[in-house]
Design a protein around this ligand. Structure first.
Ligand code: 9UX
Length: 72
């Protein structure tokens, strides 16, 4: 099943930060698509809910060095 999730990510200040988060989340097994916006501070993710969950995705963002909160 495909799930959609949204995170509020704080601490990103440049395009390379966006790239770091995008790659970090995309590297998780079960993640299909990642869109990160520096302006809105949002990370939108589409993933296989049988393989990964939004909390694990949040932790992956934090492992990249940024704070994250689950929005949906
Ligand atoms: Mo830009 Mo972000 O020089 O962690 S990469 S501030």
């Amino acid at each position: 099943p495909t799930f959609s999730g949204k995170l509020h990510v704080t601490g990103m200040t440049c395009g390379a930060c966006v790239s770091t988060v995008t790659k970090g989340v995309h590297g998780l097994d079960g993640v299909f698509d990642v869109r990160v916006s520096l302006v809105t501070e949002e990370c939108l993710v589409e993933f296989d809910g049988s393989k990964v969950n939004i909390e694990t995705i949040k932790e992956a963002v934090e492992d990249c060095g940024f704070d994250a909160e689950v929005l949906s």
